[in-house]
Design a protein around this ligand. Sequence first.
Ligand code: SF4
Length: 336
Amino acid sequence: EAAGVSKHFTVTNSVGSSATVRAVENASIRLVPGRITAVVGESGSGKTTLARLLARFYEPTSGEILLDGNTVSDGRSVQKQYRKDVQLIFQDPFGSLNSLHRVRHNLERALSLHHEKLSRAEREARMITLLERVSLSPAREFLDKFPHELSGGQRQRVVIARALAVGPRVLLGDEPISMLDVSIRLEMLNLLNELCREDGLAMLYITHDIASARYLCDDIVVMYAGQMVEAGPKDEIISRPQHPYTKLLVESSPDPHRDTTVDRDEIFAAADELGEPPSLIDPPSGCRFHPRCPLAMEQCLTTAPPRVQLDSGRWADCWLHDAGRADELSEHSMTE
Ligand code: SF4
């Protein structure tokens, strides 16, 4: 769980002046065993920083990361247990594996770090099971391959097997399919889905692509310019977005029910042409979405919108709800 977490970075330019990048501001999210939560947003929305905060690769500037309701402290033993419980899968399967070593070494290392007492034979059996679990068969042959002998999809399967090797309770996927061939993205989503449901893992799925979030996840959180702007159950978010930015994301993404001429591969390959996201060094005043929002009102330019609780588990940060103008969301197209 992230509770009110912010992360600011200081950057220095070539002439020595520094600035603060407000990558994540006051973000809260709770992952639940057996459920998949998507964080959706374009690049620069802060979603990758959020994943890294949850993985404790970054220390939050403020706010807390909790596991089972307890704050995760900096102590070494706590960190070691946390690294076992919470695994992060990166976007790039090519950079995630040590290319000098065979698959066997990459898996063995994860096993020996977190399961020191396994005998050699037990480790071997565990590695075979893991590769079979991610559908790399015959597993023995894959153990002896180098990463460069594998396709992108096979590498990402090895990365997932390595993450599972330590026995995690939480899986954080940072755009885990976006660098894979379009033809195997669906397979990979099905694999993640199966692993999460069968093992009762709590899963975070970071993506810029709301179509894949719609396919895989139970809940969706939408981020814009470092802030969470809307959250709720997937079907609700997709069919009745309550924030103009979410509506823009939904309208920009092909819908298999709406457009039957588009096949699934095209849906997952669709790039979003949504305009320029704002700078996180000097974000817009008031609502950060106001320069791109066709429904912006005067107060949107100066004052951050309140968080409005809608139905159960749903909220949106938008002045339209406060002003009694939420109906305009369903009437207005954001892409025109
Ligand atoms: Fe648009 Fe105002 Fe809502 Fe922001 S608060 S999304 S600018 S209507």
